[in-house]
Design a protein. Structure first.
Ligand code: GDP
Ligand code: MG
Length: 381
């Protein structure tokens, strides 16, 4: 069931749900306590019992909660503070077409021996350096299995990915998940770079892939379209540099990638887990502002003070600027992939936001899109 119920309202105004069922019955409306009701019904009921009832979405409710703690989700960056940031890239495509292999190859060709002795950790995202036109540039890759973060963040309406690499195996061609990936990216307005993979395999037919993808609106530049195609072998490391160049060129041509590093930090939780020795470890991607060691943060219902920030090579960082993925240590519990993280004014505010979210979720019992919130006081009866 979706939408607000009499039970939700009962909990909010601290009366029994049965009572509300009875009141509604006397008004000529039959409803059970757990049935979703429309706004008009709540309005009539509210008039009868002396409450001004407003239905708001869970998002609006959260926005209002954050405002109480001086966090404005709609705060806009100051134009003069905007600085360019690296593109955030997701690799998509049909199963077995080589997504994981490509992410590994890109990562390996860029591994800089860490102080920790070259032991790199998979944290769900990594950043690499690429030289384009003699300029050192960076690209952030999301490396989460099944690209849950992509989907989770999209569901929240906060897009995380700037450019999608669509991997299509040249010996297999366009397959169902290839089409799915195209639909995802196009729905989110994310530009696509096509990596035609496995060109080392007998029977590879990159031209056929080009022809097939044209039907989905991905027309290669060489056919007069505006999609960059690069033939690669993730296995042999062929043309990886060309692919990365194509990603940067596509980003430069279609996107304005800038962020304000001076703002209060915020971004997305890419993945999170409980580590035996270190407690909750959350990989976050900073989208605005600069995240620093010592910041009090809240991510969904998790909160805590940043004890350490680690990059993908296990190195400690003092701070993380926009598009930088970092593993955050110091949260008291494990957030959910897709959760927005925010910096609060202090530990207490972070804890209170988390606790209020927890409480309102409990009140809603099940994950529902809409909840009843009573905003006004009881009228004189
Ligand atoms: P994913 O399901 O898209 O993540 O695909 P994987 O990266 O796991 O690759 C599936 C299989 O294809 C693995 O056995 C890879 O080693 C192999 N593979 C990936 N890229 C290439 C390539 O460029 N050439 C060849 N010959 N095999 C590849
Ligand atoms: Mg894989």
């Amino acid at each position: 069931p979706q939408g607000a119920t009499l039970s939700d309202l009962a909990e909010k105004i601290n009366v029994s749900a049965a009572n509300l069922v009875t009141v509604l019955f006397h008004l000529g409306e039959m409803a059970t306590a757990t049935q979703s009701l429309d706004a008009a019904t709540f309005e009539i009921l509210g008039e009868e019992i002396g409450w001004n009832i407003k239905i708001v979405s869970a998002e609006e409710e959260d926005r209002a909660l954050l405002q109480q703690f001086d966090i404005d989700l709609d705060a806009e960056a100051d134009e003069e503070n905007l600085e360019s940031r690296p593109p955030v890239v997701t690799v998509m495509g049909h199963v077995d077409h080589g997504k994981t292999r490509l992410l590994d190859t890109i990562r390996q060709t860029n591994v800089i021996k860490s102080e920790a002795g070259g032991i790199t950790q998979r944290i769900g995202a990594y950043q690499i350096h690429v030289t384009l036109n003699d300029i050192d540039r960076r690209i952030t890759f999301l490396d989460t299995p099944g690209h849950e973060a992509f989907t989770a963040m999209r569901a929240r309406g906060a897009e995380l990915t700037d450019v999608a690499i669509l991997v299509v195996a040249a010996d297999d061609g366009v397959m169902p998940q290839t089409v799915e990936a195209i639909n995802h990216a196009q729905a989110a307005n994310v530009p696509i770079v096509v990596a035609v993979n496995k060109i080392d395999v007998d029977g590879a037919n990159p031209e056929k892939v080009r022809g097939q993808l044209t039907e989905f609106g991905l027309v290669p530049e060489e056919y007069g379209g505006d999609t960059m195609f690069v033939d690669i072998s993730a296995k042999q490391g062929t043309n990886i540099d060309k692919l990365l160049e194509a990603v940067l060129l596509t980003a430069d041509a279609t996107l304005d990638l800038r962020a304000d590093p001076t703002m209060s930090a915020r971004g997305a939780t890419v993945e999170a887990r409980l580590d035996k020795g270190r407690g909750a470890v959350a990989t976050v991607l900073v989208q605005q502002g600069t995240l620093r060691v010592g910041d009090s943060i809240v991510a969904g219902k998790a909160y805590g003070r940043v004890r350490a920030l680690l990059d993908e090579n296990g190195n400690n960082l003092d701070e993380a600027t926009p598009s930088r993925p970092v593993a955050v240590l110091g949260l008291t519990s494990v957030p959910t992939a897709g959760d927005l993280f925010l910096v609060a004014s202090d530990d207490r505010a972070a804890r209170q936001i988390a606790e209020k979210r927890e409480a309102s979720e409990r009140a809603a019992q099940l994950a529902r899109r809409h909840k009843v919130v009573s905003l006004e006081n009881l009228k004189e009866q």
